[in-house]
Design a protein around this ligand. Structure first.
Ligand code: PAF
Length: 282
């Protein structure tokens, strides 16, 4: 695996290739990331991963400083999966000046759910993803980038960004990887204590129950949904969680669904100090 630390090195390595398949990450890699990479390897003529912990997408009280940096382990995992090229810039390389130009996503999509509880999060994500896309895909007629559906809203924001800026990049979404008990794999699962890890699956169980209850309401969905969502949040609260939201939305735009819409159930909740997110298409 080649490793590029600078934009110049990255572009040199990319020169001979026409269709890079790119997996952006913040490192601390787990099976979910490796699944994205395996998928990427089927899509392009060069698999490229990046590791960059993006300060712009963390709020001041969040875990930017303590976010696990596991460089040696990450490199070994990528190497074992046959990753061709790893781009791992430091902050001075990607943000040589304070990044005052930002990519501002549509607030209708980006200021709800995660964006409501983490203001500015999707501006930080969109800005770094645009920079990484420019770095990896500049001069390429067509590229492909792979994102996990675990970050459902992020995937939608990136798709909209690519569409609206007419970037010649295909975005491929990959299903969430889960532990045998159903917990969605996440870099932040490592923060959980033993007891919390055993409890953590309750988030996906609550989402699944909420989804089934929503489907069962039929035409009464719009009037029944607030009650069902409040009950789901209360169930988690009683188990010691602090939920931010558990909600059913239509897949198309994450707005409130009408009966018959294709739906997705999304949730975010804190267990102890760890904030987990998950979603299920229903
Ligand atoms: O999903 C992530 O790991 C990050 O949000 C991303 C896309 C790598 C941007 O920093």
């Amino acid at each position: 695996m080649l490793i590029a630390r600078t934009l110049v090195e990255l572009r040199q390595h990319l020169q001979r290739f026409e269709r890079p398949a790119f997996v952006p990450t913040m490192g601390n890699l787990h099976e979910g990331h490796l699944t994205l990479l395996r998928h990427a390897k089927t899509l392009g003529d060069l698999s490229v991963a990046s590791i960059f912990v993006n300060r712009l997408q963390f709020l001041p009280h969040e875990d930017f400083d303590s976010y696990p940096r596991t460089w040696a382990g990450d490199c070994a995992k990528l190497e074992a999966e046959g990753c061709d090229l790893l781009f791992a810039p430091d902050e001075a390389e990607l943000y040589p000046q304070i990044q005052t130009f930002k990519v501002q996503p549509d607030p209708v999509l980006a200021d709800i759910l995660e964006g409501q509880f983490r203001p500015g999060f999707f501006t930080g994500v969109s800005t770094v993803v645009m920079k990484l896309f420019m770095a990896v895909f500049a001069g390429k007629a067509k590229g492909v980038a792979v994102f996990g559906k675990k970050d459902y809203q992020q995937l939608m924001v990136i798709r909209q960004m690519v569409r609206q800026f007419a970037l010649p990049i295909e975005i491929s979404g990959v299903d969430t990887c889960r532990a045998p008990d159903g917990l969605a794999l996440s870099s932040r699962n490592g923060y959980l204590s033993g007891d919390e890890r055993a409890e953590a699956v309750q988030l996906s169980m609550a989402l699944s129950q909420l989804g089934l209850a929503a489907l069962a309401t039929g035409a009464a969905l719009p009037s029944q949904l607030p009650l069902l969502e409040a009950e789901a949040m209360q169930t988690l609260r009683q188990r010691g969680w602090q939920p931010d939201y558990l909600t059913v939305r239509r897949r198309q735009d994450l707005q409130a669904p009408q009966a018959g819409d294709a739906m997705v159930v999304l949730g975010a909740a804190k267990l102890g100090k760890t904030r987990l997110i998950d979603n299920l298409e229903v």
